[in-house]
Design a protein around this ligand. Structure first.
Ligand code: THU
Length: 137
């Protein structure tokens, strides 16, 4: 098993704390996320489901909304934790939400056995639709 690199320890612990707050009575798939800002601030999020299923929110977008609401816009990494057997990548909607702020965001995901997967958002979302896509030039 890959040992947890020291620079990820705090973010993983904060993500596990956030995961404990996950509201996932429908899927029972509990997710915690931490968005690491350029200044080192760690902003947590968890998934928040809803009886009207499509109204549910993923942990990553919860963290993103909290971070932007607190004035952060430059992100270096997102850390995702679940209790799944394999490290899960962020869903498509979260990839799109995150690419807005950093197409090269580092995406770290930890499975139940603490094994890590690490990607660049560039590889998870090639040819992204970004703010530049809205210009006519
Ligand atoms: N979920 C996340 O929080 N992040 C992801 O990237 C994938 C899925 C949540 C949404 C839902 O509450 C549960 O996991 C099952 O899909």
């Amino acid at each position: 098993m890959t040992a947890l690199p020291p620079h990820l320890e705090t973010a993983v612990h904060r993500a596990r704390d956030a995961q404990a707050n996950a509201y996932a009575p429908y899927s029972r798939f509990r997710v915690g996320a931490v968005l690491e800002c350029a200044d080192g601030t760690l902003v947590p999020g968890c998934n928040v489901e809803n009886a009207s299923y499509p109204a549910g929110l993923c942990a990553e977008r919860g963290a993103l909304a909290a971070a932007v609401s607190a004035g952060h816009r430059t992100f270096v990494r997102v850390v995702i934790v679940t209790d799944a057997d394999t490290a899960t990548p962020p869903c498509g909607m979260c990839r799109q939400a995150l690419v807005e702020f950093n197409p090269a965001l580092e995406v770290v995901s930890m499975a139940a056995d603490e094994r890590l997967a690490i990607w660049s958002l560039r590889d998870l979302l090639p040819s992204p639709f970004t703010p530049a896509s809205l210009t006519n030039d």
